[in-house]
Write a protein that binds this ligand. Structure first.
Ligand SMILES: [Zn+2]
Length: 250
């Protein structure tokens, strides 16, 4: 039975992940997320049910549009798969609980932001504003201990990122700053600081790898959102273990 639930949660994640791609791509352009129906960006052909099966359609079509052969980015099936795997993992860790809902909200928020950030180098306010009250209610119903750690975390997360933005004169986007308010709410103070540290570390490694791979050419900025998202997920699930390990070293 447990297996059946996990599979159901996984499939739910696939479908939602597919929707998150649409949201992440359309909201920054101020387009409606329901109309027009999904279409090929190149030949404008409206996608049918056959094109819209998460992951499978992409694999079966060889990553190309069925009519014009335009390549479809592998980012989209990847985000679907990541959403599904994270949902399943969250269920496995938390069972059906309020905290499981909080986890799904956090995963959903981050997946949408990564899609937007990769596509446009932008973390859309609208998405943050949509998730803020939901996460707030989630943290009221499934509080951290002590409960006010959420509030301190939100203020500290926002404050530190704001300070970095001021000191680096715009090296940090406004979206990143507001995102850390939400992360602070979900993660609490210590884990928010840990997220910042892990995100900076991941960002640095990504930066070095990208610089190596790229022939010396234009310095296009690398979006920081995906590093923050990965760090926040790691810390959400393993932050306490990471801190325990670190404290144990001393
Ligand atoms: Zn096409």
């Amino acid at each position: 039975m447990e297996m059946a639930y996990t599979v159901t949660v996984f499939l739910f994640g696939l479908v939602l992940g597919s929707f998150f791609n649409v949201v992440g791509l359309r909201v920054p352009l101020k387009e409606s997320i329901v109309s027009p129906p999904s279409h090929c960006t190149n030949c404008k052909r409206q996608l049918t049910a056959l094109d819209l099966v998460p992951v499978l359609s992409y694999v079966c079509l060889g990553g190309k549009c069925r009519s014009c052969g335009q390549k479809i980015s592998w980012i989209y099936p990847l985000m679907e798969l990541i959403t599904a795997l994270l949902f399943a993992f969250a269920y496995w860790r938390l069972g059906f609980s309020v905290e499981f809902v909080v986890a799904m909200l956090l995963i959903s928020l981050l997946v949408i932001l990564v899609v937007s950030d990769l596509a446009y180098m932008l973390i859309p306010d609208k998405v943050l504003i949509f998730f803020l009250p939901l996460l707030l209610v989630g943290r009221v119903m499934s509080p951290l201990t002590p409960w006010w750690d959420s509030l301190v975390g939100a203020v500290v997360g926002f404050g530190i990122l704001y300070l970095i933005a001021v000191l680096s004169r715009g090296g940090m986007g406004g979206g990143d700053i507001k995102l850390f308010f939400l992360l602070g709410l979900v993660l609490g103070t210590l884990n928010t600081l840990l997220t910042l540290f892990v995100a900076a570390s991941i960002g640095m490694i990504v930066g070095i790898v990208v610089l190596r791979l790229r022939q010396q050419g234009r310095k296009t900025p690398i979006p920081f959102g995906p590093s923050i998202a990965l760090a926040a997920i790691l810390v959400y699930f393993f932050g306490d273990a990471m801190i325990d390990w670190y404290v144990g070293l001393w």
